[in-house]
Design a protein around this ligand. Structure first.
Ligand code: NCD
Length: 308
């Protein structure tokens, strides 16, 4: 029996294959119910606090929409008018919010591993909405959900993850979640300064077959999925690096049309120059669908963590 009731959701490494498959089933079920009824009542009387201490569009909004669709209430922490400006620490802020007894807290913070540090002193279950460059576990859930919906399987996959694999938090979590499945090959496609971190490799070693390459044309026809990511400008140690690396990887429709086989194209969004809007008209472009899937998957996760 799978139960996520009361659990903190902090790393994609913590999920079992059975839990991921269960969440996909719940997301599919909720999709049907939400599309039919609009607002459900599973989370009636429950409160979710959203605390986003780094910018967010999709993650925050999809969690909020998901909770409202489940019939629950959302209280958002507004960072711009908060006492953080007076010098209050993130830890104190969270203790105060926790003291109002929310049933779950969704937290995004810029310090890697912060959710792991704070979880033991916070009563409410914490769902990480991203911790700096480290991880983004719920993004990985909606990514594999999208792959499953598009390709009908999560075993026997060849996935290319392209872009800023070093400072991004989506490539790590996606790798970890894929590593729970069988016969997975990952091509890490990036210029050398942006290649995948050693700590990520350590966590997937022996569980997936992986290769590091720098040119997407070498491998694109082998891929089932091409997952593109943006250069994390705000996380680069030196701003001149952005100018150096800007445009160092990019796909557009003309480039893709050179290949016999085009994989499905995914992107966590927001995009900048790496994914040209000309790709949007291709049937393989799945990133807007991916963002939409996020709401159903996050509804499934909230429902399971609340145990309702
Ligand atoms: C990603 C993030 O915040 O890490 N965005 C998202 O949640 N969809 C990707 C990014 O910011 O590049």
């Amino acid at each position: 029996m799978v139960s996520l009731k009361g659990k903190d959701i902090i790393s994609a490494l913590d999920f079992t294959r059975e839990e991921v498959e269960h969440l996909i089933r719940v997301a599919e079920q909720l999709r049907k119910e939400i599309d039919e009824k609009g607002i459900l009542d599973y989370a009636k009387g429950k409160i979710m606090a959203t605390v986003f201490l780094e910018p967010s569009t999709r993650t925050k909004l999809s969690f909020q929409y998901a909770m409202v669709r489940l019939g629950g209430t959302v209280i958002d922490f507004d960072v711009s008018t908060s006492s953080l400006a007076k010098g209050e620490t993130d830890v104190d802020t969270l203790r105060i919010i926790d003291g109002y007894n929310p049933d779950v807290i969704v937290l995004r913070q810029k310090k890697p591993f912060f959710p792991r540090e704070i979880a033991p002193i916070i009563k409410a279950p914490i769902i990480s909405g991203g911790d700096g460059w480290n991880e983004h576990p719920t993004q990985a859930l909606l990514d594999v959900y999208t792959i499953w919906r598009e390709l009908g399987r999560l075993d026997d996959l060849t996935v290319g993850i392209m872009g800023d694999l070093k400072y991004g938090r989506t490539p790590s979590s996606l790798s970890y979640l894929l590593s729970k499945f069988k016969n997975i090959t990952i091509y890490y496609i990036a210029p050398e300064p942006l290649q995948i971190r050693e700590d990520v490799i350590k966590n997937i070693e022996g569980k997936v077959t992986y290769y590091k390459v720098n040119d997407v044309s070498q491998v694109i026809e082998k891929l089932d999925v091409l997952y593109v990511t943006r250069l994390q400008k705000e996380r680069l140690p030196d701003p001149s690096l952005y100018e150096k690396l800007k445009g160092s990887y990019k796909i557009d429709k003309e480039f893709l049309s050179k290949f016999k086989k085009i994989p499905i194209i995914m992107h966590p969004l927001p995009r900048t120059w790496e994914l040209d809007p000309s790709v949007d008209s291709l049937p393989q472009a799945k990133y807007f669908q991916q963002a939409q899937n996020g709401m159903y998957m996050r509804a499934a996760l909230i429902k399971e963590v609340l145990g309702v």
